[in-house]
Design a protein around this ligand. Structure first.
Ligand SMILES: Cc1cc2nc3c(=O)[nH]c(=O)nc-3n(C[C@H](O)[C@H](O)[C@H](O)COP(=O)(O)O)c2cc1C
Length: 208
């Protein structure tokens, strides 16, 4: 009886240990994949020619629910050249997508011009709201070169609301939310440019 109990206990201990090891190995692999994907996106929205640092290594944390769409801290990545900040990739959330949060990342140069925008995650409806993905349409590239000076700037709306950005056929909610999020994050950068571009690397964010 005692022998059987001990054997069972040993077996349970071994299984728990095995699960813990597999968990650790998978976690490390997932983190590595996320870093590779992040680096790929950052290279798309901040041209290699304008900076000489590794973007993923100069991460800062920003928290501002009014402009970034969430109360949670979000990461931003600073591009530097000879140590000077020349551009930023700033994460933001569009909280009013059709199916909830749309997470975006916006590359901006020192002048506040959009260098590129990409969608990091969303749950919009396939075939309706998912044209925010570059693999589905080039819609996100329409932000390239835009800048914003005031929240009321008319062109930063979808065409249906009098702006310059196309909505999608039968699906205006997604692009409307998206345009607003990109506009607010761009404005936030304009208002905090100096402190953001010169901020030392330090990044601790909730990955959720
Ligand atoms: C099942 C279903 C899924 C929808 N998904 C989206 C979506 O992902 N994004 C979106 O903007 N509209 C979506 N819509 C449409 C919206 O309800 C709404 O009608 C539309 O965004 C308004 O755009 P419009 O003014 O161009 O008609 C969906 C509608 C239905 C019935």
């Amino acid at each position: 009886m005692l022998k059987n109990g001990l054997l069972l206990g040993l077996f349970a201990l071994l299984c728990t240990g095995l699960v813990a090891v597999v968990n650790q190995l998978t976690f490390a692999k997932i983190k590595q994949q996320e870093q590779i994907e992040l680096s790929r996106v950052l290279h798309q929205i901040i041209p290699d020619g304008i900076h000489d640092n590794e973007l993923t290594e100069h991460c800062i944390t920003i928290q501002n629910s009014d402009f970034l769409g969430t109360t949670k801290p979000l990461p931003a990545y600073i591009a530097t050249r000879n140590g000077d900040g020349v551009a930023i990739a700033i994460e933001a959330v569009a909280p009013d997508g059709y199916n909830g949060n749309i997470k975006v990342i916006i590359g901006l140069n020192k002048a506040g011009e959009v260098l590129g925008v990409r969608t990091l995650s969303h749950q919009e409806t396939p075939g309706l709201g998912d044209k925010i993905e570059l693999r589905k349409s080039d819609w996100v590239t329409k932000f390239n070169g835009l800048s914003v000076s005031s929240e009321k700037e008319k062109r930063w709306h979808v065409k249906k609301d009098g702006g310059e950005i196309d909505q999608f056929t039968g699906a205006t909610i997604t692009p409307r939310a998206y345009v607003k999020a990109v506009k607010l994050a761009t404005l936030y950068f304009n208002q905090h440019k100096q402190e953001l571009l010169s901020a030392p690397a330090s990044c601790e964010v909730d990955d959720e």
